[in-house]
Design a protein around this ligand. Structure first.
Ligand SMILES: Nc1ncnc2c1ncn2[C@@H]1O[C@H](COP(=O)(O)OP(=O)(O)OP(=O)(O)O)[C@@H](O)[C@H]1O
Ligand SMILES: [Mg+2]
Length: 302
């Protein structure tokens, strides 16, 4: 990365099952382990997929250090119903990623401090509901991301987004710099991706700093058939200004094998076709960010 600044990247498609979690987990792992970047992964989904991939089973490892705990405490502090409730900064809620979730020797420092997590658990559902119904809920998540970035502790913050487009997703996107959208080769997933584009457009207008749509990439691609090529062409035509990313993630059984072991595929099956593609995607995303930011700097200089 060029300069010392934290980039917040949301992995988001409105459609469920498009590969958001698989992508967020793989990116976080590759950046922390191979690129030696300081990474925070925010598990913003009550399903807690990302948390389990880094050794935090929400049922076994219940912890006060979690993303829902942050939200609930911060709401209390802002509502001032309890006079003793006070703001506690996000970093008090981070936990360390564990590299081997299913091994007994797994421990917090497995990534040498390069990868931290804001874990999710079932209480997140409740936290989002409270956030939505409270008059103090607005901007709370955007403020959390600002505070995370201000410390300068991380190069990258990766958000594993939950499917859907509701209050919590919109609030999170208000705190995001970049969106990247995994998409499978079916119309539902493509529609979901197009709606991300529309939502992004609306959010952009209310946001003080820009949020950049990095693009769509295809996941679970079976073969380079005529049908997949025509899907790609449709996207390219529809979305001329936000082109598709070049990387294509193949359909690969090792992703499911890794899911069954509850580890990132990039750790469990580093030589699989999917892992190689995720490496490529991680690089392509960094490159795009660098290009976008250097163009912006050039424009400021002129
Ligand atoms: N490239 C791939 N090849 C094979 N299987 C894959 C691939 N990518 C994802 N999967 C599988 O598809 C399923 C859904 O993936 P994932 O959980 O990443 O999607 P998601 O978008 O996060 O879903 P949700 O909307 O529920 O959060 C998982 O079982 C995962 O193992
Ligand atoms: Mg998911």
């Amino acid at each position: 990365m060029m300069n010392k600044k934290t980039r917040v990247i949301a992995v988001y498609n409105q459609k469920g099952g498009s590969g958001k979690s698989t992508t967020a987990i793989s990116l976080a792992d590759v950046y922390a382990r191979k690129k030696n970047l300081k990474v925070l992964i925010v598990d913003s989904d009550p399903q807690a997929t990302a948390s389990t991939r880094f050794g935090w089973d929400p049922e076994l490892n219940y912890t006060e250090k979690s993303y829902p705990s942050y939200i609930l405490n911060e709401l209390e502090a802002r509502e001032r119903i309890d006079p003793y409730a006070k703001h506690i900064p996000p970093h008090e809620y981070y936990v360390g990623a564990r590299r081997y979730s299913i091994r007994k020797d797994s421990k917090d420092g497995d990534y040498g401090g390069n990868l931290k997590l804001l874990v999710s658990n079932a209480r997140l559902e409740r936290a989002y509901m409270d956030l939505n119904s409270s008059s103090e809920g607005k901007d709370l998540l955007a403020d959390m991301f600002s505070e995370i970035c201000e410390t300068g502790e991380f190069d990258v913050v990766v958000i594993d987004m939950a499917p859907g487009l509701g209050f919590s997703q919109r609030e999170i996107l208000m705190g995001t710099d970049y969106i990247v959208t995994p998409c499978t080769c079916d119309m539902d997933s493509i529609d979901g991706a197009l709606r991300v584009g529309e939502a992004w457009d609306r959010i952009e207008r209310h946001k003080p700093s820009p949020i950049v749509f990095l693009g769509i990439f295809f996941n679970m691609v079976k073969k380079n058939t005529k049908a997949t090529r025509s899907t790609f062409e449709q996207i390219d035509q529809f979305w001329a200004t936000n082109p598709r990313l070049d990387t294509i993630i193949p359909m690969n059984q090792d992703v499911n094998n890794a899911t069954n072991k509850r580890i990132p595929v990039t750790i469990g099956f580093p030589n699989s076709s999917a892992s190689k593609a995720f490496d490529k995607l991680a690089n392509e995303i960094l490159k795009r960010i660098e290009t976008i930011e250097s163009t912006a700097t050039d424009m400021e200089a002129n």
